[in-house]
Design a protein around this ligand. Sequence first.
Ligand code: ATP
Ligand code: MG
Length: 204
Amino acid sequence: MRKIGIMGGTFNPIHMGHLLLAQWALDEVKLDEVWVMPTGVSYLKAGRDVTAPEDRYHMACLAVQNNEKFRCCDMEIKREGYTYSYETMIELHDRYPQDHFYFIFGADCLFSIENWKCPEQIFANCTVLAAVRGDMDTEAMQSKIEELKQKYHADIMLLPFMQLEISSTDIRERINMGKSVRYLVPDDVIAYIEEKGLYQNEVK
Ligand code: ATP
Ligand code: MG
């Protein structure tokens, strides 16, 4: 049985915060691999102008290519329609019945996950690995975890992580203003962004 971390996100673009969290999860939870999985069209971000899935996927592939434990997965961008995490977890479970999946996301999502589509299917098919950024108040979080465990038989682990003020939003803005994103984004990804002219003329 492999232990595989699934790191979902828009990755518009992927940045060092994402990669550091993936590496952190790999080491702390002793995962065998982490699969970075860019979303197709998220219903949460529908109507907003998000970079083409193929570009976001390509950038994620470039970002993970020199780490033999990281993979980039196109399962969500290939699926028709909106992306729902529960469908991904079911599909992973069906396709790789021997493996165990850890769904990595920010611990703040524990407070909204019940509003996602079919949260019970998420909990039924993976362990949730909730990254705690910096010294967040864990008291409210612990009681939320207890509640989710009771209600869904959820398997939830907290992953203490560090506070990194890096976001894709900020990176897009920097590029738009002609500032450098070196050391925030891997070099190969920067080269791709420049080649394709991504984020350069975004209207606010
Ligand atoms: P945006 O600014 O467009 O919302 P983002 O930087 O938050 O982008 P996402 O693609 O939305 O990136 O996030 C994917 C996953 O990575 C989420 O689970 C999110 O919690 C996590 N993540 C994003 N930025 C960081 C960071 N700086 N440190 C730790 N985790 C992060
Ligand atoms: Mg975000």
